[in-house]
Write a protein that binds this ligand. Structure first.
Ligand SMILES: [Zn+2]
Length: 384
C-alpha cells in the first residue's frame, strides 16, 4: 500500500490517527505549513525537521509558473529538488488560479488564465492539473475543482458544484492512467518502486448544507482515499464555516482522512480538530510572522509595538521553542523595527512551533479521551 489512514483514538467526533505516505508517517490531526514555492519562507528544511514538521504543502500554480513542472520533474521531483524527505501535499492549482491570476475564463474543459508574474496565458484542465501534480511528485495530490465564490446565488452554486464533480471524475481517470509516471524512481532507489501518490477529492457546494451533502455523497461515490472540504474561509462568517464543516463531515467516510483547506487561526484549528477534521493548512502563521504578528498561549502579540522595546521577558513564557527559550521580546522588537532578515526567520519559527505544539496538545487530549474544545484549554495542559 502506498497510502493508508489509521484512526488510533477517538473522542466524540474528534479522532487521532496516522497517515502513512510513501515519504513517512504523519500524525493527525495535523497542521501543514505552507511552502508555496518549495520553501516555507524564511525557514530552512533542517529547522522544519527539528520543529517536527511531518508534512508540507506546496502550491501547484506557483511551481508550475516557476521553476516549471518539467524542471522539477527532471530534478527528481519536489522532495529531491527541495531536499525534503518527509511527506508533501500539493493543491490542484484551482484555488490559486481563482484568487491570484487575472482574466481567467472557466469553461467545461478547464480554466484559461494569465500568469500573475508576466501576463502569459495558460490553461489548467483536470488532466493538466493532474499531469502537473504527478510531475511535481507530492505524496498527496488534489482533484481539480472550482472554488465557488461567496456569496453566490443557489443556481450558480449548483452549477459550480456539478462542474467540480465532473472535473473530479476526469481528475481520477487521468490519475489512474498516469500515476506510475511519478518521478520517485530515482537511480538506485528500489524503495519507491511500486509506490504511487494518493489523489484526494474535494467537496464543494457553497454555504448550502443540502448541496454539501450531495457533493460529499457524489464525491465519495467517485471514490478517493481522502476527502477535502473546499470553498470555505472565503469571506463567510466563522459560525457559518463551522456549521458547513459539521454538516459536510457527517457525509464523509469515518475511516478516511478529512482535510479542511485554508484554515485557520490557532483557535480554529483546535475547534475543527474537535469536529473531526484530520488535516488543515493555512498561510496565516507564516504570513502573520513576517508582519510581526505572533500567536502565543496568552493571545496575539504585535511585536512592532514600542511597549516591547524594553521587555526582557520571552515572547511566550509557556512556549519552549528555540526562539522563546533564547531571545527577549525587546530583541525581537528591535530586529523587526530594524527590518532585519532574522526577524522574519525567528518570528516564523515561533509561530510554526506554536501551531505544531497546539496540534500536539490536541492529539494528546484526544488520546486521553478528552475532546479538544478551546485553545486555552489545550495549552493549559502544556504549561509547566
Ligand atoms: Zn516560541
Amino acid at each position: 500500500m502506498s497510502f493508508e489512514f489509521q484512526v488510533e483514538a477517538t473522542s466524540g467526533p474528534a479522532r487521532r490517527g496516522r497517515l502513512i505516505t510513501p515519504h513517512g508517517e504523519v500524525e493527525t490531526p495535523v497542521f501543514m505549513p505552507v511552502g508555496t514555492l518549495a520553501s516555507v519562507k524564511g525557514v530552512s528544511q533542517d529547522v522544519l525537521e527539528q520543529l517536527g514538521v511531518q508534512i508540507l504543502l506546496g502550491n501547484t500554480y506557483h511551481l508550475y509558473l516557476r521553476p516549471g513542472v518539467e524542471q522539477v520533474r527532471k530534478l527528481g521531483g519536489l522532495h529531491r529538488f527541495m531536499a525534503w524527505p518527509r511527506a508533501i501535499l500539493t493543491d490542484s492549482g484551482g484555488f490559486q488560479v481563482f484568487s491570484l491570476s487575472e482574466l481567467r475564463k472557466v469553461t467545461e474543459d478547464g480554466v484559461t488564465f494569465r500568469s500573475h508574474l508576466d501576463g502569459s496565458q495558460h490553461v489548467f484542465t483536470p488532466e493538466s492539473a493532474m499531469e502537473a501534480q504527478i510531475g511535481l511528485g507530492a505524496d498527496i495530490i488534489m482533484a481539480f475543482d472550482e472554488c465557488t465564490e461567496h456569496p453566490a446565488d443557489p443556481p450558480r452554486v449548483r452549477q459550480s458544484m456539478e462542474l467540480t464533480l465532473r472535473w473530479a471524475e476526469r481528475s481520477k481517470k487521468y490519475f489512474e492512467a498516469h500515476k506510475h509516471e511519478v518521478p520517485w524512481n530515482h537511480v538506485g532507489s528500489a524503495e519507491f518502486a511500486d509506490k504511487t501518490q494518493a489523489l484526494f477529492g474535494i467537496v464543494q457546494g457553497g454555504m448550502d448544507p443540502a448541496l454539501r451533502k450531495e457533493s460529499a455523497e457524489r464525491t465519495v461515490e467517485i471514490g478517493f482515499p481522502g476527502y477535502a472540504i473546499g470553498g470555505l474561509s472565503v469571506g463567510e462568517p466563522r459560525q457559518l464555516t463551522r456549521e458547513i464543516v459539521g454538516s459536510t463531515i457527517e457525509h464523509l467516510p469515518a475511516d478516511q482522512p478529512r482535510y479542511l483547506m485554508g484554515v485557520g487561526t490557532p483557535e480554529e484549528i483546535v475547534e475543527y480538530s474537535g469536529l473531526g477534521i484530520d488535516m488543515m493548512d493555512c498561510v496565516l502563521p507564516t504570513r502573520a510572522a513576517r508582519h510581526g504578528l505572533l500567536f502565543t498561549s496568552e493571545g496575539k502579540i504585535s511585536i512592532k509595538q514600542a511597549r516591547y522595546a524594553g521587555d526582557q521577558g520571552p515572547l511566550d513564557p509557556n512556549c519552549s521553542c528555540r526562539v522563546c527559550t533564547r531571545y527577549s521580546r525587546a530583541y525581537l522588537r528591535h530586529l523587526y523595527a530594524s527590518n532585519e532578515v532574522l526577524a522574519q526567520v525567528l518570528n516564523t519559527v515561533h509561530n510554526l512551533s506554536f501551531y505544531l505544539d497546539t496540534m500536539r496538545a490536541v492529539r494528546h487530549s484526544i488520546a486521553l479521551g478528552d475532546s479538544p474544545h478551546s485553545l486555552s484549554e489545550v495549552w493549559s495542559r502544556l504549561k509547566p
